[in-house]
Ligand binder design. Structure first.
Ligand SMILES: Cc1cc2nc3c(=O)[nH]c(=O)nc-3n(C[C@H](O)[C@H](O)[C@H](O)COP(=O)(O)O)c2cc1C
Length: 452
C-alpha cells in the first residue's frame, strides 16, 4: 500500500463544520483568536509530522429568513472569525517544515491582490503554502456584505476558471525563476526576465507587472473540494490535491475515480491529482470508552445549532418543513452537495445527522487499532492518497490520533516515519517537483524561456 499523507483540519473560529462543541472542557478552540493557540497548533502539527495544517474559511453568516438567529452568537457558530492568511503567517513563523493551506474565495477576493498575498507567504515560508480554491457555498450573505451581485452556482466555477488565469499569469508568467540577482556590483533583477501580463476575461481584467518575483513553488499547491459536476470538472482541470468529504469506501471510491477521470479528460495524468478524504475519529481504550467519549461531545452541543447551521450552508430552513419531507424535494443555489448527499432521507434524518457532525466527517468510534484499520481499508478500497484529520474537539482528538493511531500507521508502513523536508508540493507529490508540471494549465502562462 502507498504511503499516505496527513493534514490537520483547522478553522480560525470557535467552532467548525456547522457544529458547536466549544463548550466541551477539553476543547481549546474558544481561544482561536489568540496567538498562543496557533503557536501550539503549529508546533504540535510539526512535531507530529503532519504534512500540513489546513485552514478552512467561510464568508457570510448563518441566515434564517433574513435574520441571523440568536443561537449563532450564543454558540459562536459562524462568527467571529479571523483571516486565515494572517493565522497562516503566524504558523509559518512558528515552524520550519509544516505546510500551511489556506482557503481563499474566487467570488470575493480580487485576483491581483490575492496573488500577492499568497506569493508573499510562499516566499517567506520557503514554499510551504497551499491554496484551497473555493467558490463560496455560503455566498448569499457574503455577497450582501461585499455589495457584489450574487453569482449562481455553476457560473461561480466559470468565474473561478477566469480567476485562475489571472493568478497563473502573475505567479508563473510575470517573473521568471532566477530573475532576482541581488548583485550589489551589478543589478538587483534581470529586466529581460520581468514581463507584463495581460488578461481580459469574462469576469476579471489585469494588465501590467506582477508585484512578487517567482516564489519557491511558483503557484502554491492547489487544493479543491468541489463535489458537484461543475466542481469536480473544475477540480480535474486545476486541482492538485482534492478533498472529498467522508463516506463509505464505495462513495469515496466513486468520487475519487470521477476526479481522476476529470483530470485525465483535461489532458493531465490521473495521478497528477492526489485525493484526500476528510476523516474524524474518537479513540478510546475500548469501544465502550470511545462511545462514552463521543456521547460527551454530543451532549456539549445545543440541538438548535443544527437548524441555523444547515441554513447557513444551504439557505434552507429545515424547521419550516415537516420532518418526514423527502430531501429530494429541496433545491438550493448554495452548496448543492449538502442537499444531494441526503437523497433518500428526510428532513428529520438530516437534522439528526447534522447535530452529530454538521458538514464534517462522521467520526469513526473505536480503539486505536479499529481506527487504523478503517484508515487502511478506506485508502485501499477507495484509492485515496491521504486523510485530512478533522478533530471532533481540539486539541484533544488530535492528540489522541497522534499518540495512539499514528504510531500504528507508522508501524504498518502506511504513514511516513517523519522528518520529511522540502516544499509542500514535494511532500505531497514526491521529490523533485517544487513547481507545477508541464501538463498543468498554469504552465501555459509561463513565458518562453529568455535567452541566457
Ligand atoms: C474537507 C473539505 C473542506 C472544505 N473546506 C471549505 C472551506 O474552507 N470553505 C468553503 O467555502 N468550502 C469548503 N468546502 C466545500 C467545498 O469547497 C465546496 O464549496 C462544496 O463542496 C460545495 O461545492 P459544490 O457545490 O461544487 O459541491 C470543503 C469541503 C471539504 C470536503
Amino acid at each position: 500500500m502507498k504511503q499516505l499523507r496527513f493534514g490537520l483540519f483547522e478553522n480560525a473560529q470557535a467552532n467548525d463544520s456547522g457544529t458547536a462543541t466549544w463548550r466541551h472542557p477539553d476543547n481549546r478552540r474558544d481561544q482561536f483568536d489568540t496567538l498562543a493557540y496557533w503557536r501550539d497548533i503549529a508546533r504540535m502539527s510539526e512535531e507530529a509530522d503532519f504534512d500540513f495544517v489546513f485552514l478552512a474559511d467561510a464568508w457570510g453568516w448563518a441566515d434564517v429568513n433574513g435574520q441571523r438567529p440568536e443561537i449563532c452568537s450564543v454558540e459562536g457558530l459562524d462568527l467571529p472569525r479571523l483571516d486565515p492568511t494572517i493565522v497562516g503567517a503566524a504558523m509559518v513563523a512558528e515552524t520550519d517544515r509544516l505546510g500551511v493551506v489556506m482557503t481563499g474565495s474566487i467570488l470575493l477576493e480580487q485576483p491581483y491582490a490575492f496573488a500577492r498575498r499568497m506569493a508573499s507567504l510562499d516566499q517567506l515560508s520557503g514554499g510551504r503554502i497551499g491554496w484551497n480554491v473555493v467558490t463560496t457555498g455560503t455566498a448569499e450573505t457574503a455577497v450582501q456584505a461585499f455589495g457584489v451581485p450574487m453569482v449562481p452556482h455553476d457560473e461561480r466555477y466559470r468565474m473561478a476558471d477566469d480567476f485562475m488565469q489571472v493568478v497563473y499569469k502573475l505567479w508563473e508568467g510575470a517573473w521568471e525563476p532566477g530573475a532576482l540577482e541581488r548583485d550589489k556590483q551589478g543589478r538587483f533583477a534581470d529586466p529581460t526576465k520581468v514581463h507584463r501580463i495581460a488578461h481580459d476575461g469574462p469576469y476579471f481584467r489585469s494588465h501590467g507587472y506582477g508585484n512578487t518575483a517567482y516564489t519557491p513553488q511558483g503557484t502554491p499547491v492547489l487544493f479543491q473540494a468541489g463535489a458537484s459536476p461543475a466542481g469536480r470538472a473544475f477540480g480535474g482541470r486545476h486541482g492538485e490535491c482534492m478533498f472529498v468529504g467522508s463516506g463509505s469506501a464505495e462513495q469515496l471510491g466513486e468520487h475519487s475515480r470521477a476526479i481522476r477521470a476529470e483530470a485525465a479528460a483535461s489532458g493531465r495524468s490521473a495521478d497528477d491529482v492526489k485525493v484526500m478524504s476528510a476523516f474524524a475519529c474518537v479513540v478510546g481504550r475500548t469501544i465502550e470508552d470511545a462511545r462514552r467519549k463521543y456521547e460527551r461531545v454530543l451532549d456539549s452541543q445545543d440541538p438548535g445549532v443544527a437548524v441555523a447551521s444547515y441554513a447557513w450552508f444551504t439557505g434552507l430552513d429545515l424547521s419550516s418543513y415537516a420532518p418526514e419531507t423527502p430531501m429530494t424535494e429541496l433545491h438550493t443555489e448554495l452548496s448543492q452537495t449538502q442537499v444531494a448527499r441526503f437523497a433518500g432521507q428526510t428532513v428529520g434524518d438530516v437534522l439528526k445527522d447534522w447535530h452529530a457532525h454538521g458538514v464534517g466527517a462522521r467520526p469513526v468510534i473505536g480503539t486505536p487499532e479499529d481506527v487504523a484499520d478503517v484508515i487502511c481499508d478506506l485508502a485501499d478500497r477507495a484509492d485515496l492518497d491521504g486523510f485530512l484529520l478533522s478533530p471532533v474537539i481540539q486539541p484533544g482528538s488530535t492528540l489522541d490520533f497522534i499518540e495512539h493511531v499514528l504510531p500504528i500507521l507508522r508501524e504498518r508502513g502506511v504513514a511516513s516515519p517523519g522528518g520529511d523536508e522540502g516544499t509542500l508540493r514535494e511532500r505531497l507529490m514526491g521529490k523533485g517537483s517544487p513547481t507545477l508540471g508541464d501538463r498543468h494549465p498554469a504552465a501555459a502562462a509561463r513565458p518562453a524561456v529568455s535567452a541566457a
